[in-house]
Design a binder for this molecule. Structure first.
Ligand code: NAD
Length: 248
């Protein structure tokens, strides 16, 4: 099949579907200026995640995480949703998309207007105090980090702040995980966008949706190891392909 044939089949599937759900990853936000972690120039080419992004290493020395986090904050605070985020928000407005399961921590689906967003790996724009639990929502903590406060401290008790994004070795939020599983059971078409499907349990969700009768379309810059689960794979930039697929 050519790309054009696959594209037309995918468009028809979207038109016929009634309960679309999307599973998104770092690739959907690349055109918003947030590099994925594994590609050339990505954070994990420069910061070993085992040293900088595990829960254990955070407890040992939170300044390591926040040194990496400072770089992440600089790009996330400047990022705006791109046409792929907007296309998914439009599908929801039309009543065709029942939810987005995202591995991203950048808040861009919500910024695009999507309402039902399940964050499997938390949200970078929320933080909390490890000592007293005070919650910080928004950009304030990250602005402080960008300005050199590493690690940031709680203004109420002086404890160390942790971003609410999930680190390796930290359990996933239970509520998000059960909502994601529920969505996979309900959906009739899953759009998998910008994820290499290497991080579990997210990587297993397309198969779960398929096992419950859904079709699966993968949209990624490059093919991946898990393309076998898909009915159609479209290779290219999500910010170009998705708006054309949904005519947004
Ligand atoms: P990944 O880095 O493993 O894979 C990204 C995928 O996106 C790759 O398959 C790549 O080919 C594809 N891609 C790159 N540019 C694209 C584009 N313009 N259009 C379509 N596809 C494109 O990402 P992952 O599977 O999400 O796993 C990485 C983990 O790191 C996740 O847990 C996520 O929480 C975190 N992360 C989040 C962000 C963010 O919030 N924006 C950014 C980087 C990493």
């Amino acid at each position: 099949m050519t790309f054009e044939e696959d594209f037309l089949r995918a468009k028809e599937m979207i038109e016929r579907a009634e309960k679309i759900c999307a599973l998104t990853g770092a690739g959907i936000s690349v055109d918003s200026g947030i590099p994925d972690f594994r590609s050339e120039g990505g954070l994990w080419r420069r910061y070993d995640p085992l040293e900088y992004a595990t829960y254990e290493s955070f407890l040992e020395d939170p300044s390591k995480f926040w040194t990496m986090g400072r770089e992440l904050a600089r790009v996330i605070l400047d990022a705006k949703p791109n046409d792929a985020h907007l296309a998914l928000a439009e599908l929801e407005r039309r009543g065709k998309l029942i939810g987005i399961i995202t591995q991203n921590i950048d808040n861009l689906h919500q910024a695009a207007g999507s309402k039902k967003v399940i964050e499997l790996h938390g949200n970078y724009l929320r933080a909390y105090c490890m000592k007293c639990g005070k919650v910080y929502v928004g950009e304030e903590v990250h602005r402080r980090v960008v300005n050199g406060e590493i690690p940031p401290h709680c203004d109420a008790c002086g404890g160390v702040l942790k971003s609410e994004s999930i680190l390796f070795g930290e359990p996933l939020p239970e509520k998000a995980m059960s909502e994601a599983i529920e969505l996979c059971r309900k959906t009739d078409l899953m759009l998998v966008v910008g994820t290499s499907l290497t991080v579990y349990p997210a990587a297993y969700l397309p198969q779960l949706a398929k096992d419950h009768g859904a079709k699966v379309i993968i949209i990624n810059l490059h093919g991946g190891n898990r393309d076998g689960v898909a009915d159609i794979v479209l290779e290219g930039r999500a910010s170009v392909i998705l708006p054309q697929l949904v005519d947004s």
